[in-house]
Design a protein around this ligand. Structure first.
Ligand code: HEC
Length: 108
């Protein structure tokens, strides 16, 4: 019993630190129409981002912003954003669960 209580207490104190989802980025609205707030794409041709590796998302966003990935829609979306804002978005999408139930998409 004592062990269980200790374990529960330990979880109660550590779980929020481990599982705390990132705060919703202020710039999420720039991305949601195409990628969904939950990282599940809403338009044909846009990739799902939910659960993607953080370092991959971070690097991809920098590549669009500086033109190494030359895709006009993504360049326009990332152009005005700072490194910190790109990081927040990368963290947000990386933390989304692709296996969670999602609202129906406009086009499958
Ligand atoms: C108008 C639609 C549109 C908007 C708005 C948009 N995207 Fe995209 N995004 C796309 C498309 C289309 C692609 C695929 C481009 C390609 O072929 O490289 C893409 C690709 C990406 C990728 C690369 C995924 C991969 O697997 O390589 C990331 C990351 C991404 N977008 C994040 C964002 C973020 C963050 C925002 C908001 C700042 C955003 N996008 C806004 C349409 C959009």
């Amino acid at each position: 019993m004592r062990i269980l209580t200790t374990a529960a207490l330990a979880l109660a104190f550590t779980a929020p630190a481990l599982a705390a989802p990132p705060a919703k980025p202020a710039r999420l609205g720039l991305c949601a129409a195409c990628h969904g707030e939950d990282g599940m794409a809403r338009i044909p041709g846009a990739p799902n981002l939910a659960g993607q590796k953080l370092d991959y998302l971070r690097e991809a966003l920098r590549q669009y912003r500086d033109g190494r990935r030359d895709i006009p829609v993504m360049r326009a979306a990332t152009g005005p954003l700072s490194d910190a804002e790109l990081d927040q978005l990368a963290q947000w999408f990386s933390a989304q669960n692709p296996a969670a139930p999602h609202p129906p998409r406009a086009v499958q």
